[in-house]
Design a protein around this ligand. Structure first.
Ligand code: FES
Ligand SMILES: [Fe+2]
Length: 357
């Protein structure tokens, strides 16, 4: 559905700062190389602690990080073959979460009925993805399609981030192109205008026009000359729960959101640039260029954004009743979507409980 792009005062839905996630999506929880064979890593998706481990065959598994014996965190244990053994008494769980061994119980004795929840898990784009919702829905939904990932035309720069803020605050930062003002000293964009706004059941799509000028814009291939203003169109799309943005085919961004809890959100971003360098030279310079772009460009922008998001969260916590004024219809639309996705999930869970009873 096409929505009006007029900037006018609208009511902010404060309770968006309290809504939970719809867990029926894939969430990126870690870099794949951070969990080697025989290693276990604790991760958190919306207050659900999960132990991710890689078995002797190199396969990844995810179990709830709570031992059903006495509640000790399973990530403190060790990988035994394809199973995970708890650190405390050595109870061993297979990748489906069934207790398959207790070291001090004689083989003829029956094992107790003790089970830990297991989660669908997969490795894609150098990341580990977990589906924290209804496992029967995991196959019909997939992580975002990142077509630039293996395309040699695109130069990839990964940027992880941690914010002490609710994920709705982070989403709004990503879709709100009007905050170019914040990045003025870094020669970010200016003169933003919202051109179109579309809403579907699970996505918000915006098109803005922005202008660039300066040496940074030229270096990133955004403008031909440093002393001239270049106006470009930027498309942003929030496809719940992740985010995608494209700057007129010159650069793209995929932002994978990980809501850790009501006041903490992590993310992994992949920035893709079309760097105008000969292929051989680019190959040679890639590691250096990646570090330069991360440290001296992207992380500096990100630090400014994080400061704003965390400040917004802090003020909200001081007085959750306080009302705020918003004029960007894209923000109102994304708030609506976040609330709707959560309410749909709550509704579905109630229905499946009723059907199950
Ligand atoms: S608490 Fe895990 S085996 Fe006892
Ligand atoms: Fe920003």
């Amino acid at each position: 559905m096409e929505l009006a792009t007029t900037l006018k005062s609208q009511t902010v839905q404060n309770h968006v700062r309290e809504v939970g996630i719809n867990p029926n999506y894939w969430y990126a929880v870690s870099w794949a190389n951070q969990v080697k064979v025989g290693e276990i890593k604790p991760v958190m998706i919306w207050q659900q602690p999960i132990a991710v481990y890689r078995d002797v065959n190199g396969c990844l598994h995810a179990l709830e990080d709570i031992c059903p014996h006495k509640g000790v965190a399973l990530h403190k244990g060790k990988v035994q073959g394809c199973n995970l053994a708890c650190a405390y008494h050595g109870w061993e769980f297979n990748n489906e979460g069934d207790c398959v061994g207790i070291p001090y119980l004689s083989p003829e004795q029956k094992l107790p009925r003790a089970q830990v929840r297991s989660y669908p898990i997969q490795e894609k784009y150098d990341l580990i993805w977990i589906f924290p919702g209804n496992p029967t829905l995991a196959a019909v939904c997939q992580p975002p399609d990142i077509k630039e990932f293996d395309d040699p035309e695109w130069f990839r720069v990964p940027v992880p981030a941690k914010m002490k803020a609710h994920f709705s605050i982070c989403n709004e930062n990503s879709i709100d192109v009007f905050h170019g003002f914040l990045h003025e000293n870094l020669q970010g964009w200016f003169a933003p205008a919202l051109i179109s706004l579309k809403e579907t059941e699970s996505s918000i799509r915006t098109e803005y026009q922005v202008s660039y000028k300066g040496r940074m814009a030229k270096f990133l291939g955004l403008s031909e000359r440093a002393d001239k203003v270049t106006t470009l169109s930027v498309t942003t799309e929030y496809r719940y729960p992740h985010f995608y943005s494209s700057l007129q085919g010159i650069s793209t961004l995929y932002l994978m959101r990980l809501p850790v809890g009501p006041r903490e959100t992590h993310s992994v971003a992949f920035f893709f640039f079309k760097v105008r360098l000969p292929k051989q030279l680019l190959k040679l310079l890639q590691p250096l260029l990646r570090v330069i772009l991360q440290r001296f460009v992207l992380l500096r922008f990100l630090a400014q954004d994080i400061e704003m998001m965390e400040s917004e969260q802090q003020t909200y916590l001081t007085n959750p009743q306080r009302r705020y004024v918003e004029i960007n219809p894209a923000i109102i639309a994304i708030q609506r979507l976040v609330i709707r996705q959560y309410e749909q999930f709550v509704q579905q869970s109630k229905q499946s409980q009723t059907n199950g009873n």
